[in-house]
Design a protein around this ligand. Structure first.
Ligand code: HEM
Ligand SMILES: *[C@@H]1O[C@H](CO)[C@@H](O)[C@H](O)[C@H]1NC(C)=O
Ligand SMILES: *[C@@H]1O[C@H](CO)[C@@H](O)[C@H](O)[C@H]1NC(C)=O
Length: 319
């Protein structure tokens, strides 16, 4: 660029424009998760998918809820600092890490961390230092949906693990008591539109909620932590029945029901709920696309971040 000062001003101007365009493009590409590829581990650790699948299968025998718990971890990871495995870090005073696990949306609620540890241990045995914790969550989410009867999609991989947490952002995770406008804004801030919001909330087709978060707010004598099925029709199956339950006004979470009941729903989310209730194919197709979009939020790639040895801790720096 040293020669640019001798260029005619029109040429200099177009050079500046080109530079600005490159900046815009690379920023956009980052937001879309450029650098991720579903064949990322094909050479370095070809058994990755089989290993993740086997550990989840085993865990699910003892705990039918595990697939639901695992996909939720990917969601809470991606919404905070991008999909960088930050949610998995435990408190670590020495490294200055405050865990996201104790924020309101996660404390006594996010679960499945031991299964992630089991997956990581199995992967470290097969291919030490290769597969990131952030990718484990993305793969586990897809396999969990598939095992529960849902759609298959090819998961873009190649995320690296972050070395920090973000408590402020974790405190801003979607709440079951958020209005539809607030939910829409929280999703829009991450590049997710109304179709993504309605499709991704369809993950409440399986798993449980504590009754303290439900529309009913527990029944007489129930403890706040008593569990209810998020989808009363088919509690452990990944299907589109969740949307039927929603249309009957019987969704568990207020944040589910607002997609129909909020004043702005009629012109935004309600028609999408109708569409997904009417066609499981339509739901599955959109769910897979939205999961890929969510999984592409702000990943670390290339030389950024690290491949953690232990999903709960950042690697020790060489001194
Ligand atoms: C739109 C914003 C969302 C809100 C406000 C929300 C809220 C909640 C709440 C309150 C629970 C119950 C937690 C508990 O009782 O401890 C829950 C469970 C769950 N959420 Fe969401 N959620 C949202 C979006 C999502 C998304 C995008 C996904 C995945 C793609 C997801 C997947 C799940 C699953 C599978 C469970 C059950 C977990 C288990 O049984 O362990 N949710 N959600
Ligand atoms: C997390 O939950 C535990 C047990 O329910 C409680 O003792 C603790 O105070 C909570 N932590 C935060 C930060 O809210
Ligand atoms: C649910 O009920 C409990 C106990 O009556 C109350 O303290 C709490 O504020 C209620 N939650 C909501 C969201 O209304």
């Amino acid at each position: 660029m040293a020669a640019s000062s001798s260029l005619p001003s029109a040429a200099r101007c177009s050079l500046l424009l080109a530079a600005a365009l490159v900046l815009v493009l690379s920023h956009g590409a980052h937001a879309q998760g450029a650098g991720l590829s579903s064949s990322f581990y094909d050479n370095s650790c070809p058994s990755t998918r089989d290993i993740v699948r086997r550990v989840i299968q085993d865990a699910r025998v003892a705990d039918t809820r595990i697939p639901a718990s695992l996909i939720r971890l990917h969601f809470h990871d991606c919404f905070v600092n991008g999909c960088d495995g930050s949610l998995l870090l435990d408190d670590d005073l020495q490294e200055g890490i405050t865990s996201e696990k104790t924020v309101r949306a996660n404390n006594g609620s996010a679960r499945g961390f031991n299964v992630v540890d089991d997956i990581k241990n199995a992967l470290e045995k097969a291919c030490p230092g290769i597969v990131s914790c952030a990718d484990i969550l993305a793969l586990a989410a897809e396999i969990s949906v598939e095992l529960a009867g849902g759609p298959y999609w090819s998961v873009p991989l190649g995320r690296r693990d972050g070395t920090t947490t973000n408590i402020e952002s974790a405190n801003n995770l979607p709440s079951p008591f958020d209005s539809l406008e607030t939910l829409q804004e929280k999703f829009r801030n991450l590049g997710l539109d109304d179709t993504d919001l309605v499709a991704l909330q369809g993950a409440h087709t399986f798993g449980r909620s504590q009754c303290q978060f439900t529309q009913q707010n527990c029944t007489n004598g129930q403890q706040r932590g008593a569990l209810v099925n998020l989808d009363g029709a088919t509690p452990d199956v990944f299907d589109n029945k969740y949307y039927d339950v929603l249309l009957q006004g019987r969704a568990q979470l207020p944040s589910d029901q607002v997609m129909l009941s909020d004043p702005v729903a009629a012109t935004t989310t309600a028609p999408i709920v109708q569409r997904f209730s009417g066609s499981q194919n339509e739901f599955f197709r959109n769910f897979a696309a939205s999961m890929i979009k969510m999984g592409n939020i702000g990943p670390l790639t290339g030389k950024d971040g690290e491949i953690r040895n232990n999903c709960r801790r950042v690697n020790k720096k060489p001194y």
